[in-house]
Design a protein around this ligand. Sequence first.
Ligand code: MG
Length: 173
Amino acid sequence: MLSQKLHDALNAQVNAELWSAYLYLSMALDAESKGYKGIANWFHVQFQEEQAHARIFMNYMLSRDAKVELLPIEAVPTTWETPLAMFEKTLEHEKKVTALINNLASIANEDRDFASINRLNWFIDEQVEEEENARDMIQAVAAVIDNKYGLYMLDKELAARTYNVPSPLASAE
Ligand code: MG
């Protein structure tokens, strides 16, 4: 059985992942409204990945016979000054998520809950990737800053990003 403390923290994490999904959907909409269809696509893929993260946590809680309680999702910002600002916010946000995951892992460690530690290890690896992706995007956008053609080409490149289910753990069946 999950400890009450870990149960509550996992429940809060479901909400945090759904808030992340909402944040990236908002960025996708803002980018699309400004004509950056490729950047919008990149964030739309992020939106889908965050929903998969939430699903993995929900599946795990259910498999441990823990009730999932869906909490209200807080409002998100709706506009960003530049594409660079979006990716900087993405990195800042993912660092916060990493801290939340690390906190969950600490609780699981205190509980000597080895199954939870194991599942959280997947997220620890995933966060390394999330932060790296955001850093790569900051670098790519910074490289074409003030170069409209460069940004146009980068936007075209980002239109090719496709969503892949991050893990079979995200299955809703
Ligand atoms: Mg996430």
